[in-house]
Each structure stands twice: as C-alpha cells, then as structure tokens.
Design a protein. Structure first.
Length: 318
C-alpha cells in the first residue's frame, strides 16, 4: 500500500510539472505570435521615420550649401533662423526615429527570449500524454471505478492552471508598467515645477534642472512604453485590451535650447503638462485592469483548490 501511494505521488508530481510546462509552452506560443506582429509594425514605422529623418537631414545640408535658395534666404536676412528651424525639425525626427528603433530592438530581444523558452518546452505535450497513460494505467489497476471523475477533474484543473498563469504574467507586466508610470509622473511633476520657476525668471539653474527632469521623464516613459507593449500582449491572451499610444516624442519640445523667452518656455511647459495628463490617464487605465485581474486570479485559485480537494477525496476514498 505504501509503495502504491509513493507511485501515485510521484506520478502526480510529474504530471503537475508537465501541466505547468504545457501551459507555459502554449502561453509562449501565443506571445511569440503577438510579438512578431509588434516587431513587424515597429519595423515598418522605423523605416518610415528613417526616411523622414534622411529628408530632414538633407534639408539642413541643402540650406547650409550655396544655392539659389541659400542666396535668397541670405538676401532676406532669415538664413540663420531658417537653418535653426531645419535643425530643430531634424532633431525632432531623430528623437522619433531613435525612440522607435529602441522599441524595435527591445521587441526583437523579447521575441528571441520567448522563442528560446518555447523551444525548451516544446516536448511537454508528448511527455504529458505519456505520463497521463501511466497515471491512467495505475488508477485502472488500483481504483478503476474512479478514473472518469479524476480525469474530468484533472482536465479542468489543467485549463484553470493555464488561465491563472496567463493572468499572473499579465499582473506582473502591469506592476512593472505601474512602477515606470510612477517614476515618470514624479519626474514630469518635478519638471513642471522647475518649469514654472523658469518662466518666473528662475535663471540658468532652473532651466538646466528642468531639462534634466525632462530627460529623466523621457527615460522612464521609454521604459513605460516597453512594458505597456508587454502588458498589452499578455492581456490579449485573456481577452482584455489596453490602448496606450503615448507619442513620447511629442512633448520633447527643446525649443529653449535654441531660443529664450517667456513664450517659448510657456510652450515647453504646456507640453510637459500634456505629457503628465496622458500618463495620468494611462495610470488610471492600468490600475483598473490590474484590479480586475486580481479578482479573476483569486476566483481561479479558489476553483482550483476546490477541484484538487475533490480529486484528493476521490483518491483517498478509493
């Protein structure tokens, strides 16, 4: 009897491990499909932005050379102003291009990692079938009348385990997203505070601190964009969606690098506040989704507990 119990426990442990691996393999397969779609979308966007950047750089180069347009701008005394404008446009195009390239590289890196993990688990289904046959043979030999009930319970438990795994991964991605959101909001609020001081005549120090905080916010928002992408892919597996197009480069108005004055500072301040509002909106949406996911996870955990208790009772009473 003791030997049979040890056999049963060993088979159960191996089956549970295999069920977990199957769930992981299925999840990775779906995430690979989503990530491939994201990589293709980012690749197309990057190619388009790269072409726009090349055009902007060509405009700067063209304006810098001697030409009829160059001569005309010189006569009209606006050559330097026009050149600064072209440089700003090229700088903005470079920011956009670099931002998307960073997202694309991160997406490709994620795709490679997912593929490696999926490859390590691709034999889980065959292993599960083998172990399930062994478990069935064991039960049929020792408790044949109990097999059908156990089989139904195991299948239901496997499905719940898969759903719970997906929800937990989504919660993890959501929590990482929230961490980046909170850091970004702190940096943006600090930039806004220093920006107000800058407009009131704070001088060089307030301008420099404001720019430093804007750069800090940009870094956090780039990380946030990455995690929102991961979060969105996880949510698609559980029929939940999140739409978050941050347009990170839209608030990077570094016009005060080239000019100085209240109206330019006001424009930069407006963009900082606009970015802060966008991040607040995304923060609310992510928090709402995380709350729903937490409730779903607890519900599934309770169902799994009930099913496993029922299976244990069947085996114990056999």
């Amino acid at each position: 009897m003791q030997f049979q119990e040890e056999q049963r426990q060993e088979l159960n442990n191996k089956l549970n491990e295999c069920i977990e691996n199957m769930s992981e393999a299925n999840r990775y397969k779906k995430l690979i499909t989503r990530t491939e779609e994201d990589c293709n979308r980012l690749e197309q966007k990057w190619q388009k932005l790269k072409a726009e950047l090349k055009k902007e750089e060509h405009d700067v180069e063209k304006l810098s050379k001697i030409s009829f347009a160059n001569f005309l701008h010189t006569i009209l005394n606006d050559k330097e102003e026009q050149l600064d404008k072209e440089k700003q446009e090229a700088f903005t195009a470079k920011l956009k291009c670099d931002s998307v390239l960073s997202q694309l590289e991160e997406c490709k890196s994620t795709l490679n990692k997912l593929t490696e993990k999926h490859n390590r688990l691709r034999h889980a289904k065959e292993e599960y079938a083998t172990l399930l046959k062994k478990k069935r043979d064991f039960i049929l030999s020792n408790m044949p009348d109990k097999w059908s009930g156990i089989e139904r319970g195991m299948e239901e438990d496997r499905m719940l385990s898969s759903q719970l795994k997906e929800i937990r991964e989504a919660i993890n991605a959501g929590n990482n997203t929230m961490t980046c959101i909170n850091h970004a909001l702190d940096a943006l609020q600090s930039a806004a505070n220093w920006g107000t001081m800058d407009m009131l005549g704070g001088g060089v120090i307030s301008t420099m601190v404001k720019r430093d905080k804007m750069n800090e916010a940009q870094s956090y928002m780039t990380d946030m964009q990455k995690w929102i992408g991961i979060f969105a892919r996880e949510l698609k597996d559980i029929d939940t969606t999140i739409e978050a197009d941050l347009q990170l480069d839209s608030f990077l108005g570094f016009a005060d690098y080239f000019f100085d004055g209240f109206f330019v500072d006001w424009a930069v301040q407006s963009k900082i506040n606009s970015a802060k509002d966008k991040v607040h909106n995304i923060c609310d949406e992510v928090q709402q989704i995380l709350s729903k996911l937490s409730i779903e996870a607890k519900t599934l955990e309770n169902k799994k507990r009930e099913i496993n208790n029922a299976i244990t009772i069947i085996i114990e009473r056999a």
